[in-house]
Design a protein around this ligand. Structure first.
Ligand SMILES: [Zn+2]
Length: 171
């Protein structure tokens, strides 16, 4: 990733949020959770093709309409942090193997059907599903709290984009 200015400041802001749940946050190229380090990587690259499928999956399976994909993705990773210990090492390894297979399928094929089915299969893996479920429950219960954080984070985000000369196309 190119050297961006003001990343530490954003990390601090997101960490302020995630620290309530016992983990810190650092910007990365994609959202993920590092078990053992209690670290979450967040990404500003939202609006990926898989996000649309995730929205569809969450609506269908949890009857929840994702309002803010960034916040929901962050909560999903917090969900991993809070639920991962419910899974034995054996289960975690089994799921990691399945993820590898799904990634292989995605890398090998350009087919839209494979993309769709593989992503849906991924979202529905036990650990993924539980983390999403946690994110849904939290989002439903703490809507105002999330909105307040987002509003404040958005200000920092705009300052970050301006600092790096990134023009936003807000339509
Ligand atoms: Zn996940």
């Amino acid at each position: 990733m190119a050297e961006l200015k003001g990343v530490k400041k954003l990390d601090k802001k997101v960490s302020k949020f995630t620290e309530k749940f016992g983990c810190t946050a650092e910007m990365g190229s994609e959202f993920c959770y590092w078990k053992g380090e209690d670290l979450i990587n967040y990404s500003l690259l939202v609006g990926l093709a898989s996000d649309g499928l995730w929205r569809e999956y969450v609506l269908k399976n949890f009857n929840y309409k994702i309002e803010n994909i960034f916040m929901f993705s962050l909560l999903h990773e917090i969900g991993h942090h809070l639920t991962m210990d419910n899974f034995s090492k054996k289960m975690r390894n089994a799921e990691a193997k399945k993820v590898e297979k799904i990634e292989e399928k995605l890398n090998e094929s350009d087919s839209e059907i494979v993309f769709r089915n593989s992503n849906l299969e991924y979202f529905d893996l036990p650990m993924e599903r539980v983390a999403t479920k946690w994110a849904v429950n939290f989002s439903k219960k703490h809507r105002r709290f999330l909105k307040r954080f987002w509003k404040s984070f958005q200000k920092d985000l705009y300052a970050f984009y301006a600092l790096n000369g990134i023009k936003l196309n807000l339509s």
